[in-house]
Design a protein around this ligand. Sequence first.
Ligand code: XLS
Ligand code: NI
Ligand code: NI
Length: 446
Amino acid sequence: MNPINVTVGKKEFFTGIGKIPYEGRESDQPLAFKYYDEGRRVGGKTMKEHLRYAVAYWHSFCGTGSDPFGPGTQALPWLRGKTPLESAKWKLDAAFEFMSKLGVPFYCFHDTDLSPEGATLGEYEKNLQTMVRLAKAKQKESGIQLLWGTANCFSNPKYMNGAATNPDLLITAHAAVQVKAAIDATVELGGANYVFWGGREGYQYLWNTNMKRELDHLGRFLRMARDYGRRAGFKGSFLIEPKPCEPSKHQYDFDSATVIGFLKEHGLARDFKLNIEANHATLAGHSFAHELTVASMNGMLGSIDANRGDEFNGWDTDQFPTNLYDVTEAMLVVLGNGGLGAGGLNFDAKVRRNSTDVEDLFLAHIGGMDTFARGLLCAHAMLEESALPGMRRARYQSWDSEAGRRFESGKMDLLALRGLALKNHVPSRTSGKQEKYENLFNQFLR
Ligand code: XLS
Ligand code: NI
Ligand code: NI
């Protein structure tokens, strides 16, 4: 396969690659799905309906592979326009060509992925409106929809001390310009959700930071954004994406539990849900499934950023998800949640710096899509055919008794609970059977 060296100006950027077909697990064709068969029914829904895949504009069409040790390695032909706006238009063409060939129903973007920032705030707003008009036409032509939009209030150096949590009111005002514009763009493009990832909302050094004041500002800012969004006609969910660290030493949206507490405290719980990212979960010292479970049990599982970290690295490597075990655990939670609703599985992931062939972006997404499709099949089979759900239910059977029900419904006081102990024998030890569960789980990885 050739490196990306397509002549700019040609209509097709990903030449030599057509629509990715489903060929089944026996296929030896790398550019084909082995598990993701979008029309296949699993339970009551098709794979496409269950999984709701989205491509992340920033990693897939803006990232060139640069890292702190060297420049980009991936020469993206659509970034070679004569002006930033021309590049943005080519990038849009490339994005919709890629997504159509891959066969994904959704995409996600930041304002500044889609359109150039420009020299002034006015130029920024105008550029974004231009690009939104073009994106709308592309969506119509391809049928691809917007899963969520967001504002990048972390890359521009002005946000180095935070956006909504900046000690300088005027910087927070700049964030308002972007969040307003990105909400407008999301509404105009029919986006199902609007995401806040608090890139620089955190602190580096506690003793120059008024944490209480910053957190109150964040709550206030989010309420302002919500109120504006509702007035502008946004009917979807606002989502917060937890992450514990990186870029800040300590990020305020640390993990699911922290964010849910924050949302409740600031009167945001009815309009906001969570966007859970696998690599952020592991950075917080949790498993992906743990974070999903905390969100789900609170009725706040909004969407998923599907990626993975490197088990030996302590940062956000944003690799494509390929670990069947983790993904099956995730799909168990998603199925238990009754699906993702208006959310989806967004590949917030990038190819490695030395993956420089034109096909690599396809191979990466095919791998992620196949892994989740396979995880869906495994999880569905576990729920339908294995003893696992029944075993877990049975573990709590004492709570299904008359006394258990009284406890759970608040009709028992501490003395009555004490009385229960006095009336009964010391309960026998009951094994947690973890190894039995683990073996069952493995048996269904297939
Ligand atoms: C970075 C985040 C980011 C959000 C969108 O770690 O994952 O990509 O998803 O701002
Ligand atoms: Ni993310
Ligand atoms: Ni991330």
